[in-house]
Design a protein around this ligand. Sequence first.
Ligand code: ACO
Length: 330
Amino acid sequence: MISNLLPAGIIATGSYVPPRVLTNLELESMVDTSDEWIRTRTGIIERRIADSDAATSDLALAAARAALESAGVDAADLDLIVIATVTPDMFFPCTASIVQQALAASRAAAFDILVGCTGFVYGLATVGSLIASGAYRCALVLGAEALSKITDWQDRGSCVLFGDAAGAVVMAPVEQGHGILSYSLGNDGSDADALKIPAGGSRMPASEETVAKRLHYLTMNGPEVFKFAVRSMTESAEVAVARAGISMKDIDVVIPHQANLRIIDAAARRLNIPYERFIRNLDRYGNTSAASIPLALDETVREGRIHSGDHILLSSFGAGLSWATMVLRW
Ligand code: ACO
């Protein structure tokens, strides 16, 4: 599929979460749920919620600035900005275009990736190939979501799960043998209805009726997504690790999509990678879709848990239903 010598990698990370914390206890007063149910069924304790006047680009901009500062890169030197999001500021222009303007990254091309929770890893794979081809040298890749804006706050089955956040990385050519080693991207459209926003697109344009029926909010078949998640994370990790020419025991850090602690637990058991190598922060942020992996990666880097030469496994699943798993050597 791809060479295992792609000399494109992540040279810096950044992230941002809004200050407003929404706890499980507060949710108890909003829908028929309990702190106990949410903790035991998901592992989530609290999540962050963006201000009512904040959009995804505002979160993305803060994360982008943090990553650029950490890289010591000037926005004017960026060739490309890619944002993975299912909550763009609007249909178009793309959110990356809005961030480009705010950063004054005047040389940068800009586009969004809309795949769902897997979008950030799709973005890394896409941009990694563009850098490896020699087309671009310095790129910003983000996962940014204001999921609170598409959450149905009357649906207890989904509203307890999500939060708002943004994560960013700066990508550039790296030393041979480092950076992206392999990936496994895939999709099974037969289960596309399990996770979607039914209205507001060309199939069901916005109307008074669609708004009244609450069809502009995210809908989800939780148990269906759960089964897919465990299966796809496990299988795609096996594929990506084999393609990288290493074995599971060589993986130093796993950064899984932060959707449900039980999904991470099940994947860890099946992959036979020691549990302490799995990064978990969903207790504090919930599921932040495309932002979840770059946010967890940034926290892990800042905690000093990733060292040069470490093998990092990023593994995600989401709408599509899609999967995206990648092996990097730091
Ligand atoms: N509080 C209390 N009870 C609840 C709640 C709640 N918040 N939500 C559901 N229940 C009830 C249900 O009504 C059901 O009751 P019943 O048995 O009387 O019918 C019972 O709890 C069990 O419901 P299930 O849906 O079977 O519960 P499950 O154990 O599967 O957990 C969950 C549900 C947490 C949603 C789980 O299925 C899950 O995490 N799925 C994966 C979701 C996911 O990862 N989505 C990722 C994509 S999101 C994105 O792309 C933006």
